[in-house]
Design a protein around this ligand. Structure first.
Ligand code: ATP
Ligand code: MG
Length: 575
């Protein structure tokens, strides 16, 4: 493609609204433009990258035995009502009415639609397993669209759904898809980790998120460098640091703690470590108060809590509610004598002694509180977030906090949708059985963003060759010199003939300096630079964007050099 004829509107200045490198670079390199909040149009270079990612996904899904279909974006409300998600999804589900006042949703995911298709077509066990996927536009009316394609409202997703006869077969399919995902993200040149995660609104029994490791990622994860354990912080478990007081002390005592209502302040005042505190937080779950106890150095994990309580709505109680439940202002809640709420407690509290807790009275705390002695055994569960200093649940070595961009997620759904929607098949035993389902998503647009987020420098993008819009950037440095133009044209023809995807910067008006800057910004993995100075010495420059070195070779060796460099770039994207 000749740049003189292409729509590649590069921009020198950093656009104001962009906060993270990939967003800035996607705008600056002319990959996309914003249409409305969280809605983008993809220009030719952006679209080429998306197509590359989609190509890799298609190959690996097909290799894993899945078949591609295409489902509608506009989906009837009745299907969502069958599973209850018409209610549950809330405002993220973009709802529209047709001219007959019938309700529809713009599909944010397609479990209902595909399950409806399969229940109509599936008769016998002989048709199983079935594994269907599509690559299509999704719409989610996100509360806070941001970071460009990372959290947009309209985006491209690959969503796949598997239907198996039984649990064992479903597990087999799940792990085939898991393997396909590993190949896909490796082939996209990404440094990623599959992590254990919470299954959220999609539901189901177990799930992995594929996280591209990046500081700017929205997801917090816990990683163990020793054994490879990795989990989303929403789900991660850790072995807590040991307790401060390992043995029981004397009777409970009241301590005067005027105006001290945080663990930090009371711990300073009483000179006792935070680990020796019971932090009591009052939540409201589906309208009912719940007191949650965690160790003073730990934090309540709202996702775990919500799952444990099986609550639809969960939030910290407002001050009046706290007052009503604890008979004290915020900051003095504690389990001893608490009767106005269900009490649930994090397991990390077990084994500790001589705890400090709020006394349910303004300006007072209790010391020497013992579990089981001073208050009734609460409901125990893992309700806290992994904290620094925790050990890995698999090997005990210290866990590290990290951040990631979720590019894909695999779920074992089990019977959740097939039960709700009666997606059954006739078994060998002549009886109806529900299909066991899995579902598998990849954010296609987000994957392109993640590739840039992970591969860039101060000057621009450093594309992995597998997803780069073009492989080679050919620069004609002195367009007014007919000799140079002729040599560059020749290179263009030769490279194309050899099968390379070439972007040819043949612009007559742009200076060499300008073209260098654009080449750095666009970040194509290889560039071939044809200029008067080089030709005088009998050489053309071949350069890798990632590296500083430049190879100066005679015109006849350009193809060989490109081939050698390209092979090295491809090695970085090997599955
Ligand atoms: P998140 O936790 O980031 O909101 P999710 O878990 O809700 O994502 P899934 O339902 O698992 O998303 O969707 C599958 C994939 O679609 C995600 O792994 C992600 O790559 C992509 N995706 C989800 N929401 C968005 C969005 N708002 N913008 C771009 N891509 C998205
Ligand atoms: Mg997800």
């Amino acid at each position: 493609m000749r740049v003189s004829k292409a729509l590649i509107p590069t921009v020198k200045e950093t656009p104001g609204e962009a906060e993270i490198p990939s967003h800035k670079l996607m705008l600056r390199a002319g990959l996309m433009r914003k249409v409305a909040s969280g809605i983008y149009e993809y220009l030719p270079l952006g679209q080429r990258s998306l197509l590359k990612v989609m190509g890799i996904i298609r190959e690996e899904m097909d290799r894993g035995g899945a078949q591609e279909v295409l489902m509608p974006i506009l989906t009837p409300a009745e299907l969502w009502q069958e599973t209850g998600r018409w209610q549950k999804y809330g405002k993220e589900l973009m709802r529209v009415k047709d001219r007959h006042e019938r309700d529809y949703a713009l599909g944010p995911t397609h479990e209902e639609v595909i399950t409806d298709l399969v229940r109509r077509e599936l008769k016998s066990y002989k048709q199983l397993p079935l594994n269907l996927y599509q690559i299509a536009t999704k719409f989610r009316d996100e509360v806070r669209p941001r970071f460009g394609v990372m959290r947009s409202r309209e985006f491209l997703m690959k969503d796949g759904y598997s239907f198996d006869a039984d649990d064992e077969a479903c597990d087999k399919t799940y792990w085939i898809m898991f393997g396909a995902y590993q190949r896909i993200f490796k082939r996209c040149g990404l440094n990623f980790a599959p992590v254990e995660a919470d299954s959220g609104l999609i539901g189901g029994s177990f799930t992995h998120e594929f996280m591209v490791l990046a500081e700017t990622g929205e997801a917090a994860i816990a990683l163990c460098e020793a054994c490879g354990y990795a989990a989303n912080l929403e789900k991660a478990t850790g072995v807590p640091a040991p307790h401060a007081a390992p043995a029981a002390g004397g009777a409970t005592q009241k301590a005067y703690t005027p105006g001290k209502h945080t663990v930090e302040h009371v711990s300073e005042l009483l000179k006792l470590p935070a680990q020796q505190f019971i932090k009591t937080l009052i939540f409201v779950a589906d309208g009912k108060p719940v007191a949650v106890l965690v160790r003073g150095d730990h934090d309540v994990n709202e996702v775990k809590l919500k799952n444990f309580l099986e609550a639809q709505e969960l939030a910290l109680a407002p001050a009046e509610k706290v007052m009503e439940v604890t008979k004290a202002p915020v900051g003095f809640a504690g389990p001893v004598g608490l009767s106005g709420a269900r009490v649930v407690a994090d397991k990390a509290l077990q084994g500790g002694h001589q705890y400090v807790a709020g006394a349910l009275e303004k300006d007072y705390h209790l010391t020497n509180v013992e579990l089981g002695r001073d208050f009734k055994d609460p409901e125990w569960a893992d309700l806290r977030s992994v904290a620094t200093g925790d050990g890995c649940p698999k090997c005990g070595k210290p866990l590290k906090a990290g951040r990631g961009i979720e590019v894909g997620q695999t779920f074992k759904l089990g019977l959740k949708y097939s039960k709700a929607m009666k997606c059954v098949y006739l078994g060998e035993d002549g009886k109806d059985h529900e299909t066991v389902m899995g579902c598998y998503g990849i954010g296609v647009t987000r994957t392109v963003g993640a590739a840039i987020e992970q591969h860039n420098d101060a000057d621009g993008i450093l594309w992995p060759i597998s997803v780069a819009p073009y492989e080679v950037h050919l620069l004609l440095l002195n367009p007014s010199d007919p000799e140079v133009a002729k040599a560059a044209d020749q290179c263009y023809e030769d490279l194309k003939k050899a099968g390379y995807e070439v972007l040819y910067d043949d612009r007559a008006e742009a200076t060499a300096g300008f073209k260098f800057k654009d080449a750095d910004l666009l970040g194509l993995p290889l560039s071939v630079r044809v200029g008067a100075k080089g030709l005088k010495e009998g050489v053309i420059e071949v350069k890798r964007r990632r590296l500083k070195d430049v190879a100066k070779v005679p015109a006849a060796q350009v193809l060989d050099k490109v081939k050698e460099f390209a092979a090295e770039e491809w090695k970085l994207c090997a599955p």
